[in-house]
Design a protein around this ligand. Structure first.
Ligand code: PHE
Length: 453
């Protein structure tokens, strides 16, 4: 399959499901709700949706078009279009190498919580110090991380058609159904209404620079942009497939799951805590610390909690698969390695590299670059530094060197006229690059502690 003709997804549905399952992950279920809770509920939601439909749309269609146009993985796609922009490929190849290990570590935490709920220990998970005890333990996080990494490695080893596409087609619809079910269940619990209102009602007087920037950063992360994932997937897309339609669907599903995840979590937390500031701004711990308390307080909480972590596991593993697949695909293209060899090397590498992130809360907690634990540090370097740089370079490249017209031609290659040509060109030349520079400067500045607003 790999020699000669490049493997491809067998249908548009397969492509959309695979790309959506890369996009939908911990970003939607874990990161989006805590940011939304923190930055004013409906206000954050409104800003996010606005950005997703403009900025996110432009970047995603650009990356998929570059992938399909060149039929290459990111490492080679850029240099084949213009030698001077070959560095984008290298950057794009570096980002997943940083993200995959620590993403797997969080995936491992989720596996742990699935195990906890399956064995009926939901009440224990609600206890103070449960999560802290877990992540600081010497071997537990490591064990669950290794399990998680091995699983996604096997899927990638099976290849695009048999592995990634099949797993995505089976898992995505289940995930969507489960999300809808749990969201409706959580949002209709007695007293949840106030929280639902908080979540959906925007208050534009509360839009702060920080909230907008958080929403922008979230967009990259959630849509798997600026790290070569969508280029890789685009390279597996058939010429005849409707690209614009696919991108709209991927964005729709990704945003839908984020919105539903918020609906699962925010009203419950709001009601449970009486809307207290500190509970709403629990941050990354919201899912692992606050949510089990919420489940514990609700009737049938163990069941809902179990279903929730189970679907989070689905979402996380499919995203992890796409990250692993991107690295594997780069290695296969660059060194002519077989899929088996590349998969084995990547799984082993990820296992090794995940160790510091996994132990960064416990045994290795004294190693704290820039004052961050190791996992947060890797997250910062990739999301707040490298991804914005690559996103900006991609837009600059397409906007001013390759020209938007070239992307538009690729979008239309399937024979369908593209209705948003002007809108696209405007976004990619002006809106996206300026927006990205804004995120980059402020996120680095605030990460380094120069800026707090
Ligand atoms: N988009 C994924 C999420 O929301 C994360 C991810 C990033 C996946 C990059 C693949 C590549 O969780």
């Amino acid at each position: 399959m790999e020699s000669g003709k490049r493997a491809s997804f067998t249908s548009k549905f397969g492509f959309v499901m695979a790309a959506a399952s890369s996009a939908i992950g911990l970003g939607n279920l874990w990161r989006f709700p805590y940011l939304a809770a923190q930055y004013g509920g409906g206000t954050f939601l409104a800003v996010y949706i606005l950005l997703a439909t403009t900025f996110g749309y432009a970047l995603m269609i650009t990356e998929i078009a570059i992938g399909r146009k060149t039929g290459l993985s990111p490492m080679k796609a850029f240099s084949s279009l213009d030698k001077r922009f070959g560095f984008c490929g290298a950057l794009g190849a570096v980002v997943p190498i940083i993200i995959t290990p620590y993403y797997g570590v969080i995936g491992g935490w989720v596996v742990k919580y699935v195990a906890v709920y399956l064995t009926g220990q939901g009440a224990a998970a609600a206890g103070d110090g449960f999560f802290g005890g877990f992540i600081t333990s010497a071997w537990e996080p490591l064990f669950y991380f290794l399990l998680f990494d091995l699983f996604s490695g096997v899927v990638v080893f099976l290849g695009v058609e048999k592995g990634v596409e099949r797993a995505s087609k089976a898992m995505m619809p289940i995930l969507l159904l489960l999300t809808v079910f749990v969201a409706i269940f959580a949002a209709t619990r007695p007293g949840a209404w106030d929280g639902v209102v908080y979540y959906f009602k925007p208050d534009f007087s509360k839009v702060t620079g920080k909230a907008v920037l958080a929403a922008l950063g979230q967009l990259f992360y959630s849509l798997s942009l600026a790290m070569g994932v969508m280029i890789t997937y685009g390279s597996y897309m058939k010429k005849s497939d409707d690209m614009n339609g696919s991108v709209c669907q991927i964005e729709f599903y990704d945003t839908l799951v984020a919105v539903l995840a918020g609906l699962m979590i925010i009203p419950s937390v709001y009601v449970f805590s009486g809307g207290s500031e500190s509970a709403m701004s629990a941050g990354p711990g919201l899912m692992f610390i606050t949510l089990p308390k919420v489940f514990n307080a609700m009737t049938m909480g163990t069941l809902v909690g179990g279903a929730f972590f189970f679907l989070t596991f689905f979402a996380a593993i499919t995203s992890h698969i796409s990250l692993t697949e991107t690295i594997v695909s780069n290695l296969m293209d660059c060194f002519r390695w077989s899929r088996a060899k590349a998969s084995a090397v990547v799984v082993a590498f990820v296992m090794l590299m995940g160790v510091p992130s996994s132990l960064g809360f416990g045994l290795w907690s004294r190693c704290a670059p820039l004052g961050m634990d190791l996992l947060t540090f890797f997250d910062f370097v990739s999301n707040s530094v490298l991804m914005p740089i690559l996103g900006f370079a991609t837009c600059a490249f397409v906007g001013y060197v390759l020209t938007p017209q070239a992307v538009i031609e690729e979008i239309e290659a399937g024979g369908r006229p593209y209705a948003h040509k002007k809108f696209y060109a405007f976004l990619v030349k002006y809106v996206a690059p300026i927006g990205i520079v804004a995120i980059l400067i402020s996120s680095v500045a605030s990460g380094l502690g120069f800026l707090s607003f």
